[in-house]
Structures are given as structure tokens and as C-alpha cells.
Ligand binder design. Structure first.
Ligand SMILES: [Ca+2]
Length: 406
């Protein structure tokens, strides 16, 4: 094994040191040739898993909306409107801070089974002009179902002209739909599809949608410069592969780097830097074990596999994520915020370019499903409960230490 464990990186992570969030350079993008990735190097060390993190300071949580049934995603529209998906299959609208009672008409029929249902929602970058929104959802039956991406126009009251842009390969059961959507600055759209659960080995096969990040144009056609376009054994939408189940994806506005959080096996949740064409290892190389306790693999890393920048042990069960760019929390500018379902927290990750340098935690006390920054420069989170909430994270001034009485 020619891979070193970089103790210094781990020491920084463990100590929770306050490294810079911002970075100067984007991660180097490999050639678009379908050649295997470079062997793990200094740029991608195998980093020892991180466990607990110190409490973040200077914030409080304020519930904004109550009574949401398993909300999955929130999107901010330009006109002080929020859209919130509920997994059961409802799209809700919040106007001027109030939840409109009637759900939006025109939502596609979804398969609300286990992890499936109505999932992500994002607005087109030019929503103000074209009124387009994009949704992911699970479709089909218990025995045969898949992840779909669709778009529709939203006129303020209902969805019109709903068009399915992509349908992932079918699978059974109700697990691992992936489903996070992310528009890139060039107007193309990334989205994640899970490994199919019982078909996980297909994550290493470029010829299907399982265990992938896929990239399409905003009309649903494959992006022209996708890395495996020229391969006859690959589907044209593949951007990256070897993923288990990505439910968090966000772009670092300072560097243009795309980051994703991935549900790993037991003790193998990951934060990854997403680099065009690369293999992220699942299920050949990974930390963690089966949820039954059984072994998956002895390989923590392999030639040609990009190592996770952070592995969380124990699992946080990562969900939505956001980069903070506002002015209300100057100490958090440029930091990454990753929701945790099982951990009932938001993880703050400080980055230095393409490395994670430190973590802090914002304990919420409910399963965190999504994290976004609002137009007011505050962070908003959704909690995955039958009576779920939209919660605003607000700054609090540090209280002066009590004076010591002699
Ligand atoms: Ca991995």
C-alpha cells in the first residue's frame, strides 16, 4: 500500500483549528479523457475519519414555519417566495414568511415510499425571466421505481407544462434515490442518483445511472462536454461515478469547486470534492461496514479512486448543504454547512481550497434534511419530521462574561 495517512491533516481536523474557509485556486480538473484518475496524492490524502466537533458559537435557531410533513428541500425565489417540497408529494409555498395552506397544483404523481417521494426543488438561474423550476422525485411502483428529474413553469399558483427531463434506471425497493440538483455557472445541471441499493456494483459501471452524478443541459439533453461522451459503453450523462447515495451538493462560490455529501455505509459517510470524470470508489473502496455489521471491503482507498475529503465516523447521515456567503455571520463566510439527519445537527466545515481543515457543529435536535442560505444572508434548515420545521439560524451577540465577585 503506497498511501500515507496524513497525520497533520487529521490533527487539524481533530483540533477544530480555525483554518480559512476561502480558497484561492479551483481544484485541478483532470483531462476529459476517460483515463483512470491519478493515484491518490498529496491533493487527495486518505484522511482519517473525524468524529465529534466542537460547538459553533454565536448563533441561535428560530422556527419560521411549523407543521411541514417530512419536508425535503427549500428553494428561494427572487420575489420573497420560498418553495418547499414535502416527501409525500406536496409542493408548498411560503410568502412573506407565511405558509400558504393550499399546496401547489400540477405536481407530478410520486412514489412516496421509504426514502422516495417528492424530493429536491431548485429554480432555474434565470427564473425571473423563464419561471422554470426543477424537481426530482421517485416514480413507479414498489417493485420497479426510479429517480426522475422534471421541469415546469411556476406562475405563482400552479405548475404548468411539466416535462420529464431524465428518468434513471429502474430498481426495486424504496432506497437510495439520490436526487440533489445543482445548477453550475455554465447553466448545466448536475444531479445525483443513488446506487440502486441492491445493485450497488453498478456504481462502478459507466453504462447505467446508478451511483452517479449526472450532468444535463437545462432542457434535459446530455451536456456536450461530459467526460464519457465518446465511450460506447457509457451513458452520456455521466459526470462522476462510484457513489453510494449523494443527497447534498453545493458549489463553493469562491473557487467554483463542487462539493457533495454522500451517505456511506455504517461509519463511512463522506464529503467529496466532485471532479469531472472521476471515480469515488463505492463499493470497491470505502470506509465503514454494512449496516448489519458485515464487511464490505478491506480497501479504504485504491489506485484511480478519489478519496473523500472528510469521512464521518460515527455517521451524521448527511443531507442538504450550502456555502455561506452572507454578511450576517462574518466568521462563517466561505464555510460549508452540511445537514445531518441522524446527528440532528449542521456540520460547519472550514475549507482551504480543496482540503477540509476543521469542523464545528450546530446542534439542532431534529433530523436536518436541508440547509440553504436565504436572500437575507441567514441560513435556513428543514427538519425531517412528521411535524417538520423551517428553522432560521440567526446571529447572537456574545454575552459578556459575568463579573467575578471578590
Ligand atoms: Ca467514496
Amino acid at each position: 500500500m503506497n498511501i500515507k495517512i496524513f497525520v497533520t491533516t487529521f490533527a487539524l481536523l481533530a483540533a477544530g483549528s480555525t483554518g480559512l474557509c476561502r480558497a484561492a485556486q479551483p481544484a485541478a480538473e483532470p483531462a476529459s479523457k476517460p483515463a483512470p484518475a491519478a493515484a491518490p496524492s498529496d491533493a487527495a490524502p486518505v484522511v482519517k475519519p473525524t468524529a465529534s466537533a466542537p460547538q459553533a458559537k454565536g448563533w441561535k435557531q428560530t422556527p419560521v414555519i411549523e407543521g411541514l410533513e417530512h419536508p425535503w428541500a427549500v428553494a428561494f425565489l427572487p420575489d420573497d417566495t420560498m418553495l418547499i417540497t414535502e416527501r409525500e408529494g406536496r409542493l408548498r409555498v411560503v410568502r412573506a414568511g407565511k405558509l400558504v395552506e393550499k399546496p401547489i397544483d400540477g405536481v407530478p404523481e410520486v412514489l412516496a415510499l421509504r426514502q422516495g417521494g417528492l424530493l429536491d426543488v431548485v429554480a432555474h438561474p434565470k427564473f425571473a425571466e423563464n419561471k422554470l423550476i426543477y424537481l426530482t422525485y421517485s416514480h413507479g411502483t414498489r417493485a420497479r421505481n426510479s429517480t426522475r428529474v422534471a421541469r415546469a413553469t411556476f406562475d405563482g399558483a400552479s405548475l404548468k407544462d411539466l416535462t420529464v427531463l431524465y428518468e434513471a434506471d429502474p430498481k426495486a425497493d424504496g432506497f437510495h434515490f439520490g436526487s440533489r440538483l445543482l445548477f453550475l455557472p455554465d447553466g448545466t445541471l448536475l444531479f445525483s442518483v443513488g446506487d440502486g441499493f441492491s445493485q450497488r456494483d453498478k456504481a462502478q459501471d459507466l453504462g447505467n445511472s446508478f451511483g452517479k452524478v449526472l450532468r444535463i443541459k437545462d432542457d434535459g439533453t446530455p451536456a456536450k462536454d461530459n467526460p464519457y461522451n465518446a465511450r460506447t459503453d457509457a451513458i452520456q450523462q455521466v459526470w462522476t461515478y462510484g457513489h453510494r447515495n449523494i443527497q447534498g451538493m453545493a458549489i463553493d462560490p469562491a473557487t467554483g469547486n463542487v462539493w457533495a455529501t454522500e451517505h456511506g455505509p455504517l461509519g463511512g459517510d463522506e464529503l467529496n470534492l466532485i471532479i469531472k470524470g472521476q471515480n469515488y470508489g463505492w463499493p470497491k473502496a470505502t470506509f465503514g461496514r454494512e449496516y448489519s455489521g458485515a464487511k464490505i471491503t478491506d480497501q479504504r482507498s485504491m489506485e484511480g479512486v478519489v478519496n473523500a475529503r472528510v469521512t464521518w465516523v460515527p455517521c451524521i447521515a448527511p443531507s442538504g448543504m450550502a456555502f455561506y456567503t452572507g454578511d450576517r455571520f462574518p466568521q462563517w463566510k466561505g464555510c460549508l454547512f452540511a445537514g445531518g439527519l441522524v446527528a440532528e445537527e449542521v456540520r460547519l466545515v472550514r475549507l482551504d481550497g480543496d482540503r477540509a481543515t476543521a469542523q464545528e457543529t450546530l446542534k439542532i435536535g431534529q433530523r436536518v434534511r436541508d440547509v440553504r442560505q436565504g436572500p437575507d444572508g441567514l441560513l435556513y434548515i428543514l427538519t425531517d419530521e412528521s411535524k417538520g420545521r423551517l428553522i432560521r439560524i440567526e446571529p447572537v451577540a456574545p454575552t459578556a462574561p459575568a463579573k467575578e465577585t471578590p
